[in-house]
Design a protein around this ligand. Sequence first.
Ligand code: ATP
Length: 363
Amino acid sequence: MPTNAVRVAVMPGDGIGVEVTEAAAFVLEKLVRRHGLGLATETLSAGAFAYRDTGTAMSEAVFRQAEAADAILLGAMGWPGIRYPDGTEIAPQIELRMRLGLYAGVRPIRALPGVPLALADPRAAKMDFVILRESTEGLFWARGRGEVIEDREARDTMVITRATTERLSRFAFRLAERRAERLRRPQKVTLVDKANVFTSMAFMRRIFDEVARDFPQIPAGHHYVDAMALDLVRRPWDFDVLPMENMYGDILSDLAAGLIGGMGYAPSADIGDTHAVFQPSHGTGPDIAGKGVANPTAMLLSAALMLDWLGTRGAGQAWCDAAAELEAAVDAAFAAGLRTAEFGGSGTRDVVQAVAAQLPAVG
Ligand code: ATP
């Protein structure tokens, strides 16, 4: 192992998380050889089955190893039949987001050439936007803190802080700048909120507007979350970068994944100031786990996000090049007619082979 290697903690997790992680490892290995990347991976055990087997979903030792890595590549965690004694789900991935301060949940939604889309309008093929889900506070702040008062009423509190909203807003504008450069077309940032009803949302909007003034070259706007649900179906091709509160992001990112073929096509990155976790937006797919049919595309695109993030964080241009090649290989495979199992096509292994076949040969 090279001493200056970039260290990636791999957390396959449960169910199809394990299957798509294997798929990503196969493709990453090819890219590592082709670009001579100094990548050192370490596989860590966490999730529902780890809880069942050891009594701990993510041990402190595992958390420390993940924290010490340069990036974390995660499959998916949780399982219907395995729960904490109080009945709640086992989700150490949420704990990672909270403990590592991963406030920016980046969920790129891009129509892949040739993948069947939910919308018949031909403009849907041009969809390319990013849901930016705040991932450490918002309504999810209430997780584990909700209260039931005398069996009469229940309360979950939404928390919006100035510090996190400023960081999220700045992240949104910088992301828009980067996309404008890369896609060679102007980008705008649209805050999704409910500022007409909630004090917390009006506060979020005010802070977003303050930050927007520092980026005068990028148009900034707002959209109510209910109207955004409508417009993501009516005209999703009109949007670029969409920052929003945690729960709104949770809901709208599933809606958005539905627009581009389903959960199997939706990658994500949870990014903080010092750490980042890359994982597909989908869960552990208990209904399809073990059948070899999980679509690995979301995971492959998440791995590409990771390579690019590492490249821009100092690992070097070769990592960004590898990311671009992986994305291009995914596009090329689908453009050539590849179909995944959700659409009556190939299983995990064949999809990965088809994508790998589109990578340039090792030099
Ligand atoms: P979570 O609550 O963790 O998001 P979930 O079970 O509610 O988990 P998913 O695991 O994302 O949700 O699954 C939703 C549906 O999408 C299921 O029918 C599942 O089989 C399907 N699905 C999810 N990921 C994939 C994938 N990679 N390939 C094919 N189908 C998938």
